[in-house]
Design a protein around this ligand. Sequence first.
Ligand code: NAD
Ligand code: TYD
Length: 352
Amino acid sequence: MKNLLITGGAGFIGSHVVRLFVTRYPDTYHIYNLDALTYAGNLANLRDVENAPNYTFVKGDIRDAESMDQLFAETDVHGVIHLAAESHVDRSISDPMAFVMTNVVGTVNLLNAARKAWKGHEAAHRFYHVSTDEVYGELHNPEDFFTEETRYDPRSPYSASKAASDHFVRAYGNTYKIPVVLSNCSNNYGPNHFPEKLIPLMIHNILNNKPLPVYGKGENVRDWLFVVDHARAIDTVFHQGKEGETYNIGGFNEWKNIDIVHLLCRVMDQKLGRPDGTSSGLITYVTDRAGHDLRYAIDAIKIMKELGWQPSLQFEEGLEKTVDWYLANPAWLNDVTSGHYQEYYSEMYANR
Ligand code: NAD
Ligand code: TYD
């Protein structure tokens, strides 16, 4: 068995990646899920795999260099899939330094720990950094897409911190010969998405008859991918991606925010047995986000052609699955919005 360190595995995407690796590779990998359990980390996301013999949760903070060194010294880490991050643009606008500390300093701490532990036998290892399309900035011309060659142009504190971490990962690959691979993915959606992001926030507010806050005119465009398809792509890049390369991940699925909100309203009115138009009456246009990027769109040809990855779901199907998951898991949503999820697990760990 090889030890695989997945950081941020209690978060939205990380929990889907952990589940995929734990269940798909029971005889190949022992998964160490390293997570600080910030407000975004929720071990309830992993209840179905938490007792698997090839799974161990490690509560730890990537901002703490010493404990990262210790973890690598004590655990023979074969590979890293690094997802831990502060991930919400609005939070990065109100508290940019938190993003510098986790996304930049935390990533460099992990790279340093790997560099020390892997010295002399670097080639046997792999450091996979999971990043975002937001590092490329925004698009204006409808014919343009982000390719792996697009110049970095981050425009929010979040994307600037992710861009900096991408640069450090590539620099450590070049300077210290750590075998690195990177991917930059478009917006994800699906089960376990924290309800501060657009889609789960709208689902939560529709359920609770609360206003649906659409920033500006709702004209901004995002490119959406079902989270399980991102997890599958991460599996593909980890195993087949060429050393030093970057792969853009996306499903060629662009939507204006306002169109997604209307679609969600229609789907949910139907599922909740409400007259059509009930939920769209909750749409409220609010002050735009500062520096709001206009459009993101990923050109995913490289991963499709070179590694054979394809998304498995159409957006309408994925969105319906997502709504169904939230409707079937009201306790998850209530625990998250009430803050109970953190109390429960901190008590559980205190008692161990
Ligand atoms: P998330 O906010 O849901 O989860 C982040 C996880 O990291 C949480 O479990 C949190 O507890 C943990 N974490 C935060 N700070 C930490 C620290 N200092 N030490 C250890 N753990 C810490 O984020 P997500 O949406 O799942 O995103 C995961 C990764 O994927 C991020 O690197 C993000 O930049 C990238 N990404 C996200 C999207 C998206 O649409 N959500 C798209 C592309 C790339
Ligand atoms: P978000 O889910 O925060 O992801 P990102 O900013 O990383 O793309 O936002 C998606 C889009 O939805 C973005 O254009 C901002 C917009 N938005 C709203 O209009 N209202 C909201 O309440 C939120 C959270 C986002």
